[in-house]
Design a binder for this molecule. Sequence first.
Ligand code: ATP
Ligand code: MG
Length: 300
Amino acid sequence: MNSILFPKPRAFARAVLPAAFAAAPETARRREAEPASRGEGGRAPEPSIGNAAGSGDTGAAIELRGVAKRFGDKTVLSAIDLNVRPGEFLAIVGRSGCGKSTLLRLLLGLETPDAGTIRIGGQTPREAGSMARFVFQEPRLLPWQRVEANVALGADRRLPAAERQRLACEALTEVGLTDRGGEWPSVLSGGQRQRVALARALVSHPKVLALDEPLGALDALTRIEMQGFVERVWREQGFTAVLVTHDVSEAVALADRIVLVEDGEITLEERVDLPRPRRRGSPDAAAIEGRILQRLLARA
Ligand SMILES: Nc1ncnc2c1ncn2[C@@H]1O[C@H](COP(=O)(O)OP(=O)(O)OP(=O)(O)O)[C@@H](O)[C@H]1O
Ligand SMILES: [Mg+2]
């Protein structure tokens, strides 16, 4: 069995399915309207960290203090201090093998830190449960389940089947695939499959969405389309987004803030105070991209 398409059951369940009988069901409401601060050129406001959980209509704050992770003798992350505001879009960049995916896995409780603390909405990643969801580079859909059933897998299993189905339909509409619920994953394009994976993550209305190179396998045009799509869904739903990407221009297109991980630490932080939706190739965007690339290439 292909371990990429069919990840270890525990990891799959933890990342994709709601935490079994976690805290009270999420009552996250979809935001009716964008707050003024998210409008043209706006950034999310600066609410205090750690007080967003349960507020219902916004993302959860993320707080990492002195987080370290080793695999055997190898220290991958040595001292990560990071605050992500509720509803912020953070991008993480860095060279291959620097520990980006490890950092996301720590956030989701799929790995345990060797030192330091991680809080999501004031809770440990395990307590946070279905408050946080993961989208991987590969859609990881079950080929023997139709699209709608794949999406329903992400819904709270305590809900009646009819309600899970209703939520799945709603999430498919959210990602522009209203009419595709009855199809098999195999007949969808790569971009459509990734949208199904996004719907599966969104169906429980998470407060944190971790995205690990979610568009990395797509062709350039589809990738650009999907970037706009991810931004739209983020703006509508208000979750806190943490995106790992190799593509610095993608980070600049989407993020409020970009951090660079090197040698187990965050060594560079760039705020992206550009109006949304962002214009590709604008001089301001190019300047930010240039500074990050310069830093990355200096270490080559
Ligand atoms: N479960 C594990 N056991 C042992 N080593 C691991 C494990 N997971 C990750 N590593 C190691 O930790 C380091 C960081 O891996 P990670 O996957 O976080 O890197 P990355 O920044 O996501 O890289 P890429 O950009 O290539 O995806 C690598 O050297 C990797 O081999
Ligand atoms: Mg990785």
